[in-house]
Design a protein around this ligand. Structure first.
Ligand SMILES: O=C(O)CCC(=O)C(=O)O
Length: 283
């Protein structure tokens, strides 16, 4: 049940180091800061506890069932209950049955884990003389969409490359999402052209809010991050954004914009399922 239909969101664009404890301490301070600014929902970046680099994932991974050693997970749960807020905990490498996943945990105001999203679309890219990265060498892909009922609305979760797939966002819209959160770490090759465009597209096509949260540019590792954590409204307006430096974006989410946009442009009613329902895209 939505308790708050108008609230502040905090997007913590953190610079990630090679020291896990430093990263946890920084995230902890950022969450406290955002909460003091009035944020009821705080979002962290993809891979905030670990450099986004294949050589670090194994060493920084946590098994969430082993509460003693899962220090990032424990901190998120503690901070959610200490501050009485909802946290979309970016992502961290999760150790799961002998494999690793790129996983986002969502905690409610009493510190309970509300949902866990394992990145569905792994980022495998090879642009000659530019960027080469193969998440599927390291991670196991998730197989479930994740939509979670929170005090601050129904939130769909995607991680970075998941934003490229309109179908996932459509599933969230069909299941009643008000907001889709995409912790992400786009890069210099695709960030400028696509990061904001993808957010606006997902928001406008589905007439809901989209929030993204990235690590800052000057994070450890060989992968250079685009940054630009952003909130987009259902009309495609950028409500708030950042450059690439470490920062915390605080912005207001007002869900009345969803109904307003849907009443003004009732595309859901205009949808011609009769035309596309039977189309086999592969023919
Ligand atoms: O889809 C892209 O262009 C970038 C995706 C990405 O950086 C990621 O999934 O980590």
């Amino acid at each position: 049940m939505v308790k708050l239909s108008k609230f502040k969101i905090g997007l913590c664009q953190l610079s990630v180091t090679t020291e896990k404890k430093t990263n946890i301490d920084k995230a902890c301070s950022a969450i406290e800061f955002a909460s003091k600014q009035g944020a009821s929902l705080v979002v962290l970046p993809e891979m905030w506890n670990c450099p986004y680099s294949t050589d670090y994932f194994e060493q920084f991974a946590e098994n969430f069932d082993d509460q003693e050693s899962a220090s990032s997970y424990k901190m998120l749960s503690k901070l959610a209950s200490q501050e009485g807020i909802t946290i979309v905990g970016g992502s961290i490498p999760e150790r799961c049955e002998g494999q690793l996943c790129n996983t986002c945990c969502v905690f409610g105001p009493n510190g309970d884990l509300l949902a866990k999203h394992r990145k569905i679309h792994l980022f495998d890219v090879n642009i000659p003389d530019d960027i080469s990265f193969k998440e599927s060498d390291i991670f196991l892909a998730g197989s479930e969409p994740t939509i979670v009922d929170t005090d601050v609305g129904k939130i769909g979760i995607g991680i970075c490359h998941d934003i490229r797939f309109p179908e996932l966002a459509m599933v969230y819209q069909a299941r009643g999402a008000h907001l889709i959160c995409y912790p992400g770490a786009f890069n210099m090759s695709t960030g400028e052209a696509l990061w904001e465009l993808e957010q606006k597209a997902r928001a406008v096509d589905n007439q809901l809010f989209v929030a993204t949260c990235s690590p800052s540019r000057f994070s450890a590792g060989t992968y250079t991050i685009w940054g630009h954590s952003t909130l987009v409204d259902p009309f495609g307006n950028v409500i708030a954004t950042s450059e690439h430096d470490e920062t915390i974006v605080i912005a207001e989410v007002d869900y009345s914009a969803i109904q307003y946009t849907r009443d003004s442009f009732p595309i859901e009613k205009q949808r011609r399922q009769d035309i596309y329902k039977f189309i086999d895209l592969h023919v």
